[in-house]
Design a protein around this ligand. Structure first.
Ligand code: HEM
Length: 234
């Protein structure tokens, strides 16, 4: 038991946890993005998809996925905070300037961009999943009169009417820049942590990391952009 505790607390294992949970969250983002892009195909397509997600396996699958996501988030955030604290405690003051120059802005601000991202995710859940903020759009799409407890909302109306408000769209667009910046450094760093040193794979990852972060940031941004520009309407 003590041996397991020692391994769990080691820097190497914490780094590994951060990398694996981070890559699994990237997989979720790719799946979530492909679902969101259905908004361009129309109301029926995205609503059917949302309905399918909620009812798959008698409504059990979504809870399994949510539990998995929550665990990955918790592991990712706690390991990131633990490692940042240890790094700070171990860093001798005289090396500070040298290290700062050698590292990039993205790498030095990972903890802060990550914490901003966490606050975005909480805001986003409060918006689309709990209907606790901008609740008028959630209520429109999911009327309490329908008597539903975990109701299946008209996701299309909820997304489009929300993003027709410039302030909501701008908040999402700024957050997507943050997502892109965080992932740009994170993907390359995770692959390095997992010890991928193959001479053929390393150059591919150097392109795939920034490429994926651009696809994810631009893909998610395309939804509020298209709505605010009037290409997608109620
Ligand atoms: C324009 C961008 C986005 C749109 C339009 C969007 C849309 C949605 C919608 C409609 C839901 C609710 C689905 C449902 O309950 O039926 C949802 C859930 C969620 N979104 Fe997003 N999303 C966007 C970006 C993101 C990003 C960038 C992240 C993560 C960094 C994210 C993380 C989540 C999570 C964790 C859930 C909860 C999944 C669940 O518990 O069912 N989303 N999103």
């Amino acid at each position: 038991m003590k041996a397991f505790g020692d391994i769990w607390r080691s820097n190497l294992f914490q780094k590994w946890l951060m990398a694996v949970s981070g890559l699994l969250l990237v997989l979720f983002l790719l799946g979530h993005l492909s679902g969101n892009l259905l908004v361009f195909l129309g109301r029926e397509q995205i609503n059917e998809y949302a309905h399918g997600l909620r009812t798959m396996g008698h409504g059990m699958i979504i809870w399994v996925v949510r539990l998995g996501l929550l665990s990955f988030f918790v592991l990712h955030v706690t390991s990131a905070i633990t490692l940042a604290r240890r790094n700070r405690a171990a860093r001798p003051a005289k090396y500070h300037r040298v290290e700062s120059r050698a590292s990039t802005l993205a790498s030095r601000t990972m903890l802060y961009s990550g914490l901003l991202l966490l606050s975005y995710v909480l805001y986003h859940l409060a918006h689309f999943t709990w209907g606790a903020v901008h609740s008028e759009y959630y209520a429109q799409a999911c009327p309490p009169s329908a008597g539903c407890v975990d109701c299946i909302p008209d996701v299309y109306s909820m997304i489009v009417s929300s993003f027709q408000q410039p302030l909501i769209s701008i908040t999402y667009l700024l957050s997507m820049i943050m997502v892109g910046l965080h992932l740009n450094h994170a993907i390359a760093s995770a692959v390095q942590t997992l010890g991928v040193t193959n001479r053929r794979i390393v150059p591919v990852m150097r392109i795939l990391g920034p490429g994926l972060s651009i696809i994810i940031a631009l893909g998610f941004s395309s939804v509020p952009l298209a709505i605010i520009l009037g290409f997608v309407k109620i």
